[in-house]
Design a binder for this molecule. Structure first.
Ligand SMILES: [Zn+2]
Length: 340
């Protein structure tokens, strides 16, 4: 490790691939659990053990347990505001595009849980304004389709994005499993979202081959790719990504946790950089994968053998690949330059 972790921890950063519910730390989950007793343990020590990453099935269990705790607009507000607090104070984040999956909170659940989209949106926006005021963190939203829920979820998510849009919404995404969830079926949704001015940021090539990344680019108009890990298998795709400058959002710990990559030594990040592909280092679902954005920068610095200026350059790349307003970009880039 050539770079002091303290340099990375204090470096002002932007994060482009991080999930809303997936960012809930044990501290935040314990707060939500106290609001809804009898669901998840609210004892912080017990929760910390519940959160320890064991395997992908356990990650899904933790994720769904947290989804189930987000029942009211106040839960959305608390979750978002507290996630923002930790982003700003622990990761030195100044800007984040948070991927939200409104479908899982808004649709009526079997047990009658579920809130109106208007209330969901208002809670998000309240938290956004408060986070900027209290923590100096600028938040924007990406609404993503949970792929496993298929076309009904895609229709609903597009409806939220088009007919219940809010000031902070900048992007339209697609997450969940890739196997058995072909990308072409979502082309009309992405066409409509893009026509409304939203930026296309689907996950692709995390658990399937490079064709999924091609589909994301050619059919969904992707302007950034979530993960894109398997692009490393396709030299023509790497060349295309390098030529067009479409960034890959690279989340090393997530890739290991989901077994998209077997070992850190085999991670394709160095290959992407050698090929001239733009990479934005990100954390995905950090507490659930036992990581932080700072830790992902440390891993990337090791994999790429970077010095401090190299790490600053990683941070600049995320700002440049973001959909942040010009003023935010300028001040964040200046703060990165000044960081010693
Ligand atoms: Zn993701």
């Amino acid at each position: 490790m050539r770079v002091d972790p303290a340099f990375i921890a204090g470096l002002p950063k932007a994060e482009l691939h991080v999930h809303h519910v997936g960012s809930a730390s044990p501290r935040i989950v314990s707060e939500l659990a106290r609001r809804h007793p009898g669901t998840v343990p609210d004892d912080p020590e017990e929760l910390r053990r519940f959160f320890e990453f064991r395997d992908f099935a356990h990650f899904i269990e933790v994720y769904l347990a947290v989804v189930d705790l987000v029942r009211t607009p106040e839960d959305v507000r608390v979750l978002t505001y507290e996630v923002a607090r930790e982003m700003a104070t622990e990761q030195s984040l100044r800007y984040a595009e948070l991927t939200c999956t409104p479908y899982t909170s808004v649709r009526p659940h079997e047990d009658g849980v579920g809130m109106p989209i208007e209330a969901y949106t208002e809670a998000l926006e309240d938290a956004r304004v408060a986070a900027e005021r209290d923590f100096g963190l600028v938040l924007r939203w990406i609404y993503d389709i949970p792929g496993e829920a298929g076309l009904p979820a895609a229709d609903a998510t597009l409806d939220y994005a088009l007919h219940h849009a809010c000031d902070g919404l900048v992007g339209f995404g697609l997450g969940g499993p890739e196997i058995g969830v072909p990308r072409p079926q979502f082309q009309p949704h992405f066409d409509a979202a893009r026509a409304a001015g939203l930026r296309s940021v689907p996950h692709a090539g995390e658990t399937t081959g490079p064709q999924t990344v091609w589909d994301a680019l050619q059919l969904l108009g992707a302007e950034r790719i979530g993960h894109g890990t398997s692009a490393a298998q396709d030299p023509a795709l790497l060349e295309h990504l390098a030529a067009t400058g479409v960034p890959l959002e690279v989340c090393p710990s997530s890739n290991l946790a989901t077994r998209a990559v077997a070992t850190l030594e085999e991670h394709p990040l160095p290959r992407f950089v050698e090929a001239g592909v733009t990479v934005a280092i990100a954390s995905d679902d950090p507490p659930m994968f036992g990581t932080t954005l700072n830790r992902e920068y440390e891993l990337a610095a090791d994999l790429l053998d970077l010095d401090e200026e190299g790490v600053r350059e990683l941070a600049r790349t995320s700002v440049q690949a973001s959909f942040a307003p010009d003023g935010v970009r300028r001040s964040l880039l200046a703060a990165i330059d000044d960081h010693a």
